[in-house]
Design a protein around this ligand. Sequence first.
Ligand code: TRH
Length: 382
Amino acid sequence: MKASWDIFCTVVDNFGDVGVTFRLARQLVAEHGMEVRLWVDDLSVFARLCPGADAQAVQQWHDGVSVCFWAKDWQPAEPADVVIEAFACHLPAAYIDAMKARNPRPLWLNLEYLSAEEWVTGCHGLPSLQSSGIQKFFFFPGFRTSTGGLLREAGLIERRQAFEQNPAAQQAFLASLGICPQADAEQGPPRLISLFAYEHAGLGSWLDCLAFDDRKTHLLVPEGRILGDLERWLGVDALKAGDLNQRNALTIQVLPFVRQEDYDRLLWCCAFNVVRGEDSFVRAQWAGRPLIWHIYEQDDDAHWAKLDAFLELYLAGLSTEAGQALTEVWRHWNAGQTMTQSWNTLEKHRAELAAHAERWCLEQALQDDLTTALVTFYRNWI
Ligand code: TRH
């Protein structure tokens, strides 16, 4: 059953808002044959995620999605069958009026931020009557059954596993980004770690651990907010994509920001990933590798409850020691604290954490993905 969908996205900051909505829009088109318009109020951020996009275009097509500039000066548009406001962004008043006038009325959904907290299961799918007289439903992504699940494209895990079993494909991919890890005669290739994080006052202590480790590490850092901390530790200025610096056992390479599919492959190539926000956090879980989550900080400190809620779920099945080590590392990272002790302890549990990450990925992949859950919700609603 084909339907039209309007997805509205306000770019609050960074890349997560548009990263999530673009991913969702593409999947609705590719896997469910839907007609999708994605309304974005800041196309310059979109253009970083989608090379080839025009930051000035009023309308453009990408992967079958009609990407439209959401101008402050809203021009009338016929509402779609399903209307998604992402992350509680505010729809234009004139658009809401048009929804009210439409026959049949559209399904109006607010797609919420991802949280592992338990209360989410009680609120997922609940309606709320708006002053416009239209019901709005709250749709919560999540890790628990009876939430909306996580964004996951069909065949993603299989593609990742096939890639893992194809060293030539990995090498070719890395080379396409200018990454040529130098193998050591005794140790073989260095361990690859990716780093996509917000500013972190304790970063230097973690880099010290890697630099003075017995094993070699090649750290891959997409251009972004962490570069200032890296520059301070390296004692260099103006790091940019392509720069390569070595300090003892640690090689640090700055990468260009790549398209979402390539970012996935980068995560798949690494033994450990540092990720942040919402979407990269989920992608690192689909990579089936151990990770650090740099959570998006909230003014009222609400992020700590979210972090703990996720850890509570994620740690199930890990030994107490490994679970404690991971908790400490995540807490220290998110508090901007020194990482030395917690990281060195975590390193002792490397093998267990790696096996656990794959198990967690496969378990989560048993649930319906978020896009399928949205389509099912719509089918049941009409
Ligand atoms: O960029 P983020 O920090 O985004 C967000 C926003 O800040 C948002 O306001 C907040 O609410 C949310 O976090 C929790 O992190 P996130 O969510 O991981 O988004 C990054 C996106 O960028 C994701 O889709 C992956 C993509 N990406 C690439 O496509 N290429 C790259 O090279 C990299 C590093 C990331």
